[in-house]
Design a protein around this ligand. Structure first.
Ligand code: C5P
Length: 408
């Protein structure tokens, strides 16, 4: 699929990542979109209108009160023209102004005046990203049906490291293609339900750790439980982001799915989004180890004994649970014996709010449709099932929702 004939207004706000925006214009056009660029005053300090004019082959829009521009395509016309508005990079200031509903420049006015879906691609310093004000503004925008792509983890312009990097233009285009433009009210959380207004982040499926160009280490997880939880959370009114390892399960309707392969990729994708979510459910069967030194070619069969050196992967769930002001955390414990004892230990050791334990082995747990879960939290416990993963997912979310509401 492409963005064929889609009319995209690309808003660029004033951050260092603005230098990547001309590349995004080029890639959007290559995907078939017609692009018109709106620059904020701050953006112009980083990249000039002529650059954008050259790559978009269209006049660039900069001012709200410019009679010449208004005589061409005025701001209301531009707002009606758009099939989709994408803002990349969206700075902390830009998110704040959108959340406040300001209309004192062309970009914010256009966002108020358009009925097209809006996608923001935040990029900023990692401390600014984690700031309560930024996260509150983002939550407000998400609640209003605005889509968010990124930011990604990594090194930032100031030489520091953390979540704040603009998602690479090629990935932004891939994600826009994967989520076709739909009216802003559709494709998002139903307005009612026990999790209405909540953002639920879920990891699901196995991870794959490369040994060489064609071989990998994986596990038996089907991803079914995590996908069932994503569907149930969506049906309960939440906005849902599903970070999925390789799985053949279909993406539940109206769920944002981010595909990853390795534990490190899953860790980065999750940590970049965890602070902005209310409930994090770690349903993925993450490989505890990865190959220390995977080779890029195919290893030859020498018929000799081989030894694979492994190094520990980060624990995604533990890292999310350790975040200051992080989400309510719900982990899973797949155990072959001493189920409750091991699960309660994990609840405390990883600093979780809740854990769901299931017995695996002997045909139970992985790759099967029915399941039994023992759910534990610091001052309570309940057993769910045996029932289908769909029913269990619904019941588990009900319990998690109650505890989440209790936690404020
Ligand atoms: O310690 P154990 O692997 O049994 O913990 C299982 C729980 O921790 C699951 O919720 C799983 O998704 C999560 N986990 C994780 N990252 C890891 C290992 C486990 O998020 N590297």
């Amino acid at each position: 699929m492409t963005l064929s004939a889609e009319r995209i207004v690309l808003g660029v706000s004033g951050g260092i990542a603005a230098y990547k925006a001309p590349d995004l214009v080029r890639r959007l056009r290559e995907a078939g979109a017609e692009v018109r660029v709106v620059l904020t005053q701050g953006a112009r300090a980083f990249v000039g209108p002529l650059t954008f004019q050259a790559v978009s082959h269209q006049p660039v829009h900069t001012d709200l009160l410019d009679p010449a521009a208004e005589a061409g395509m005025g701001h209301l016309e531009l707002a009606r023209w758009a099939d989709r508005v994408v803002i990349a990079p969206a700075t902390a200031d830009c998110l704040a102004r959108l959340a406040a509903g300001l209309a004192d420049d062309l970009l914010t006015t256009l966002c108020l005046a358009t009925e097209a879906p809006i996608t923001v691609c935040p990029a900023m310093n990692h401390v600014m990203w984690r700031a309560a004000a930024t996260q509150d503004n983002l939550a407000t925008l998400v609640q209003r049906g605005i889509d968010v792509i990124g930011p990604e983890e990594g090194s930032l312009a100031e030489g520091e490291s953390g979540p704040g990097r603009l998602t690479e233009p090629a990935e932004v285009v891939r994600r826009l293609i994967a989520a076709p433009a739909a009216p802003r009210t559709a494709g998002h959380a139903p307005k009612s339900g026990p999790l209405a207004g909540r953002h639920v982040l879920i990891t699901a499926g196995p991870t794959r750790e490369a040994i060489d160009a064609v071989r990998f280490i994986a596990n038996r997880s089907s991803g079914r439980m995590g996908f069932a939880l994503a569907a149930a959370a969506q049906a309960s009114g939440a906005r849902v982001t599903l970070i999925a390892g390789p799985s053949t399960e279909p993406t539940p309707t109206n769920v944002e799915r981010i595909d990853v392969e390795t534990a490190l990729e899953m860790h980065a994708a999750t940590l970049a989004r965890a602070s902005a979510s209310d409930l994090f459910i770690a349903a993925a069967a993450v490989a505890d180890y990865r190959v220390a030194d995977p080779v890029t070619h195919k290893l030859k069969n020498s018929r000799e004994q081989q030894t694979l050196a492994l190094v520990a992967n980060p624990d995604i769930l533990r890292d999310v649970a350790a975040l200051p002001n992080g989400p309510f955390t719900l982990g899973f414990a797949a155990e072959t014996e001493a189920l409750e004892e091991h699960a309660r230990h994990k609840l405390t050791a990883k600093g979780l709010d809740m854990i769901a334990a299931n017995r695996v082995g002997d045909g139970m747990g992985f790759e099967v449709a029915d399941n039994t879960l023992h759910v534990l939290w610091p001052d309570g416990a309940v057993t769910l099932g045996p029932a289908t993963k769909g029913q269990i997912a619904h019941d588990l979310l009900t319990i998690a929702g109650e505890q989440l509401d209790g936690a404020g």
